[in-house]
Write a protein of this length. Structure first.
Length: 202
């Protein structure tokens, strides 16, 4: 019973936790008609859940972390022309379980968005530091990179959009972190481009 009450409260928070004008502007930026219910309803829920889950989280430059999710989604839709609603939802939600597990569970994501979305979000999330399978952060990251390498081409595409937006904003990082991230991009993420060329031959 307690689990059910928590879920209802979360859904009520999602419903009322964002401004409609901001949502409509975001949908318009994706060239989605805010009045097209079939297209926009699921994206609205993803937008609201992501915004709720990342409340008060900031990037290195002090900007709201939620802006990174919108930027990643903009690359997916406006630069690559991907209009699949489930992929747009994953793009908005790709960090929410990793960063806001206490308020956003995989069960809630599956309940609201379905199996494909929750599977992709889980694949795009690094294992928790508390995961006893890993002795240190290096082992945890290696597992994550291997998981991405084996994943669906759509997951790889979403990860590349995520990293592209991050690269474009690396100037916010201190030089040592920027160097580490650029090397990680070169070694780990750029090879994913070759993996998806058949499905996405841009």
């Amino acid at each position: 019973m307690r689990r059910r009450v928590i879920t209802v409260n979360l859904i009520q928070t999602i419903l009322h936790g964002t401004k409609l004008r901001q949502e409509n502007l975001f949908l318009a930026s994706l060239h989605c008609d805010p009045l097209d219910q079939k297209l926009s309803d699921k994206i609205r829920w993803a937008y609201r859940l992501a915004k709720m889950g990342h409340t008060d989280q900031l990037r290195d430059n002090g900007e709201p972390y939620f802006g990174h999710l919108c930027g990643t989604t903009g690359i997916l839709v406006n630069e690559l022309g991907i209009k699949e609603v489930d992929l747009i939802c994953v793009s908005l939600l790709h960090d929410v379980w990793e960063d806001a597990e206490e308020s956003v569970s995989l069960g809630l994501i599956e309940f609201l968005f379905g199996r494909l979305v929750v599977d992709f979000v889980e694949t795009l999330s690094k294992p928790k530091r508390s995961d006893l399978r890993f002795s240190d952060d290096r082992a945890r990251h290696e597992f994550y990179f291997a998981q991405l390498k084996r994943s669906d081409s759509r997951v790889k595409l979403l990860k590349l959009c995520d990293r592209l937006h991050a690269v474009r904003t690396f100037w916010n990082c201190d030089p040592s972190k920027r160097g580490r991230k650029m090397e990680e991009t070169r070694v780990v993420y750029l090879p994913l481009v070759k993996d998806i060329q058949k499905e996405y031959p841009w």
